[in-house]
Design a protein around this ligand. Sequence first.
Ligand code: DX5
Ligand code: ZN
Length: 217
Amino acid sequence: MSHLIAPSLLSANFLNLEKDILMLNQSEADWFHLDVMDGVFVPNISFGFGIIEKIRKATSKTLDVHLMIVEPERYIERFKKAGADIISIHIEACRNPVETLRAIRSLNAKAGIVINPGTPVSMLSEVIAEADMVLIMSVNPGFGGQSFIPGTMGKIAELRYLIKSRGLNVLTEVDGGIDLQNAPDIIHAGVDILVAGNTIFASPDPAQTIQQLKNIC
Ligand code: DX5
Ligand code: ZN
């Protein structure tokens, strides 16, 4: 499969979100990446169910919901109800990731497992078979506009090896600090989905930037 682009709406204009959503709808963006932060798991608070419900009504594209919250198992049903297609939970934030991934799938959503920059790929060993997607954080979560951590490239290679050696069918996503300079290497490393916030929304022509990210081959 050729790679997908998932713009992170964290960097969108919340004073005129509709305008950015219309732009994304007409652009080559594949998914909407929605960053939910609770101010506990990460030192920032973003948005929750209400905003996601509104976004759901404004787009038919896939809603890729990245939960940066503690005890995500308490809220997955409500995120599904709000319109999430994919629900990703942090392995560091969850008491029983296997059970939670199964619960997400039982709601007919895709289940993602996320690891922070400081969490080794080996931590995924016992949970990866329960996931539809693995998200590797390439910045410490909490804020948009940070720089890509170079050590991520080694983790991508390790993850590809893990997936291949187990014969699994799991999507891979990378999130944080992706720009037009580092995107080719990330794509060539075999990543399926690239999340980008600042690179898209701070550029003079976001739709064109999405196209540029999409056209990398
Ligand atoms: C960080 C979020 C990311 C972030 C990406 O905690 O998970 O999705 O918004 O933004 P950029 O591309 O600006 O690093
Ligand atoms: Zn994210």
